[in-house]
Design a protein around this ligand. Structure first.
Ligand SMILES: Cc1cc2nc3c(=O)[nH]c(=O)nc-3n(C[C@H](O)[C@H](O)[C@H](O)COP(=O)(O)OP(=O)(O)OC[C@H]3O[C@@H](n4cnc5c(N)ncnc54)[C@H](O)[C@@H]3O)c2cc1C
Ligand SMILES: *[C@@H]1O[C@H](CO)[C@@H](O)[C@H](O)[C@H]1NC(C)=O
Ligand SMILES: *[C@@H]1O[C@H](CO)[C@@H](O)[C@H](O)[C@H]1NC(C)=O
Ligand SMILES: *[C@@H]1O[C@H](CO)[C@@H](O)[C@H](O)[C@H]1NC(C)=O
Ligand SMILES: *[C@@H]1O[C@H](CO)[C@@H](O)[C@H](O)[C@H]1NC(C)=O
Ligand SMILES: *[C@@H]1O[C@H](CO)[C@@H](O)[C@H](O)[C@H]1NC(C)=O
Ligand SMILES: *[C@@H]1O[C@H](CO)[C@@H](O)[C@H](O)[C@H]1NC(C)=O
Length: 632
């Protein structure tokens, strides 16, 4: 989830290279140390997945692991740590442009993605959600065997600690009742490194919105961590309960771990390719300073693990000769494995901001912070008592609504019927390989069946208690591509979302806008006098006019990119097997959100941590390292 942060981007570009000042207990290394060290595992990318896996593997002191991360260390800035100061800009890939989006009036976008030790966890909005059972069941149907809810739940629990009061027992029942959250202790983590808590403050108007969401027909969720992703929720956040600060992967899987001489981290260096021996076994990586400079190599005796995120992992694969043959040929890259699925099946969750003038709002609300006196008081409350507006991620409120398609529109049957009738093949990128098409066909059927039943959400609605409602379209049918355009590892790949290219996606996007209107018109919201701002406005009701507006304002990303090296059968365009091993080579896995077969309706963080736990456990089992075996 993001909020509009790009206005200030250029002004902060010069801050993008902070120095290595973090007090680390694991070992920060420099290239000369890498030169004379032989590693067991090299991990490309030090984000959520990379650091989770590195931490768990190095629990065995005999295992030497190197993580190479393109970004720098953060410096514990308030913009990173304090939710109410949330400002991720210095630690993003800037610029990271998309290609012009044909269904969005040819607009191009800056794509938000973390470039820092800790990856997305350092810059994200800290929303902590798990997916629903049906979504993971469908992952299995696509070939991700062993990745269903029951298999993942132990790892969701192992990954985190839900801190609800100081003794991590049940939340304060009176606050939970007023804030509308229920909590099933059983499904939560009680000892993991990732700290998760509920804000101990909310703006009163968010309660009006909650009530309106419910009266507009969206069901109230139970505990959203229990495998049912649908409903109206007061959501948990990835913050430490005691300090009310962000719990990110650099803290919870690197700085915080015991001093470990076997856990090396090389920051501000970019992995350029995977190196293979003549048996196509991965033996190391090439890398260079992110700012440019001399290329070097690092050696791995056991495996190379790719964790560079769904935008960059396919780039590394393609640069290494693993990808669609036609693309590799065009750039004269020697083909190691012809895998048409590398960089295909790319999706994210389009989002839409609807501006509001709330003419009779309840004070305080998010807008109150623009009053310096209120802001100072709020900050003092945070510093002294760890409560108040600063415990909430700046720009968000505390409630979200995730309705099913039936709850969004009475027309759900006809939309699904139209989607089933459609000649969808023509909306895939023209050079899509037949195996990828076959995989997409199955994905589409599974997605439509999910939308047809009442369990899986289609959208996520929110209102920030002030001038913005934001909608996230969770289940897009369109699929894009990531493709290198150069053999230069520091050049950006071509990132093409193909947002709303499938016309059914436009129909679904429109239902979200109309549902938001219905919600805002409920009595408990209507009393606040919300007026839809330009380019919308309640007076604009013609569907074609609204679609035309949407083309001009929808954004392709919620920073939830995934699925570009999918865990599916090879004949469905898959890139990795259920152990995340890349088809056609040895000693190489993809361990980040690239492996997801389909996007989940929940924000990715909880699942990225859990799958890092699961894959580390699997690797330890294979090599008989340290402790392994189910989560706790
Ligand atoms: C602004 C923003 C807001 C978000 N809000 C939320 C939210 O509220 N809730 C939620 O659940 N999710 C949110 N997300 C998404 C979430 O953070 C990501 O989905 C998650 O971090 C993905 O984990 P990952 O391990 O796949 O990759 P990442 O955590 O992105 O890590 C990948 C790392 O690899 C590095 N890298 C890339 N290329 C190379 C290379 N060639 N060599 C070396 N290193 C490389 C990158 O710099 C990065 O640090 C948000 C993301 C952003 C950017
Ligand atoms: C590698 O080189 C570094 C710096 O030159 C040195 O400190 C270290 O002891 C060397 N390690 C090995 C294993 O030789
Ligand atoms: C937490 O445990 C400590 C020590 O047992 C106790 O003093 C404290 O009151 C407990 N806090 C709550 C909220 O129960
Ligand atoms: C909780 O739900 C009730 C009933 O819908 C509503 O009146 C109240 O304002 C909500 N509180 C919050 C914090 O959402
Ligand atoms: C690929 O190699 C051919 C033949 O050597 C050459 O003509 C062409 O320019 C090369 N293309 C690229 C993109 O380097
Ligand atoms: C919001 O509406 C009020 C009352 O109609 C009006 O006075 C004010 O100018 C509006 N503000 C904006 C930003 O449009
Ligand atoms: C892709 O590469 C070609 C050849 O180097 C270049 O002309 C073109 O501008 C590049 N496209 C983009 C979008 O970077």
């Amino acid at each position: 989830m993001i909020w509009h942060l790009f206005l200030a981007l250029t002004a902060f570009m010069q801050l993008a290279h902070a120095s290595r000042t973090a007090p680390a207990l694991a070992t920060i290394v420099f290239p000369r140390t890498v030169d004379n060290t032989t590693y067991d595992f090299i991990i490309a990318g030090g984000g959520i997945s990379g650091l989770t896996v590195a931490d768990r593997l190095t629990e065995d002191p005999s295992v030497k692991v190197l993580v190479i991360e393109a970004g720098p260390f953060d410096r514990d800035e308030p913009g990173v740590l304090v939710p109410g100061e949330y400002f991720p800009v210095p630690y993003l890939w800037i610029p990271l442009p998309s290609t012009p989006q044909t269904a969005l009036n040819g607009r191009s976008f800056n794509i938000p993605a973390g470039k820092v030790v800790g990856g997305g966890s350092v810059v994200n909005a800290m929303v902590f959600l798990r997916p629903g059972r049906e979504e993971l069941r469908d992952w299995e149907r696509l070939g991700a065997k062993g990745w269903d809810w029951d298999s993942l739940l132990p790892y969701y629990k192992k990954a985190s600690l839900s801190m609800l009061d100081e003794n991590s027992t049940a939340p304060d029942p009176e606050f939970a009742r007023r804030a509308n959250f229920s909590y099933v202790d059983d499904v939560h983590g009680h000892s993991g490194p990732v700290q998760v808590s509920f804000p101990n403050f909310y703006y009163p108007a968010s309660g009006n919105w909650f009530e309106a969401a419910v009266s507009s027909g969206i069901s109230v969720s139970g505990d959203p961590s229990d495998g049912n992703a649908r409903g109206v929720i007061f959501f948990p956040s990835v913050t430490d309960h005691t300090t009310r600060t962000r719990s990110h992967a650099r803290l919870n899987h690197y700085t915080g771990v015991q001093p470990r001489a076997n856990y090396h981290l090389l920051a501000s260096h970019t992995v350029s390719k995977v190196l293979f021996d003549k048996h196509k076994k991965a033996i190391g990586v090439g890398y260079l300073p992110t700012q440019g400079g001399e290329s070097r190599t690092a050696r791995a005796t056991k495996e190379v693990l790719l964790a560079s995120g769904a935008l960059h992992t396919p780039q590394i694969l393609q640069l290494s000769g693993i990808g669609p043959k036609a693309l590799l040929d065009k750039l004269n890259i020697t083909v190691i494995a012809d895998l048409p699925g590398v960089g295909a099946n790319f999706h994210d969750q389009p989002s839409l901001l609807i501006p509001y003038n709330v003419t009779n709002n309840i004070e305080p609300n998010l807008g109150s912070l623009s009053d310096p006196a209120y802001d100072a008081e709020a900050r003092r409350l945070y510093d002294e008592q760890k409560t108040g507006p600063y415990v909430i991620t700046r720009g968000l409120s505390t409630n979200l609504a995730l309705p099913s398609l039936r709850e969004v529109t009475a027309n759900w049957k006809s939309i699904i019927a139209a989607a089933r009738r459609a000649d969808f093949d023509k909306y895939l990128p023209p050079d899509t390989h037949p195996t990828v098409r076959a995989g997409y066909k199955l994905q589409r059927e599974l997605t439509l069946s999910q939308l047809e039943t009442d369990g899986t959400p289609v959208h996520m609605l929110s209102w920030n208690t002030d001038a913005e409602a934001r909608i996230y379209f969770l289940r897009p049918l369109s699929r894009g591509t990531i493709a290198i355009n150069s053999t230069d590892p520091l050049a950006h790949p071509l990132i093409d979302f193909q947002t709303l290219v499938d016309p059914i996606d436009m129909e679904l996007m429109l239902t979200a806008l109309l549902k938001n209107r219905e919600l805002m018109a409920q009595r408990s919201m209507a009393v606040l006098g919300p007026r839809e701002g330009s380019p919308f406005g309640e007076g604009v009701t013609d569907a074609e006019k609204l679609k035309a507006i949407l083309r001009g304002v929808v954004e392709p990303s919620s920073a939830h990119s995934c699925c570009t090296a999918a865990m599916m059968r090879k004949e469905l365009g898959g890139v990795v097997d259920e152990e995340m091993r890349v088809y056609g080579v040895m000693g190489l896995r993809v361990v980040d959100t690239s492996y997801w077969p389909m996007v989940l309706t929940s924000a990715p963080t909880a699942t990225a941590y859990a799958s890092g736990e699961k894959i580390a456990d699997g690797i330890k089992r294979v090599y008989r390292l340290g402790e392994f075996g189910g989560g706790k």
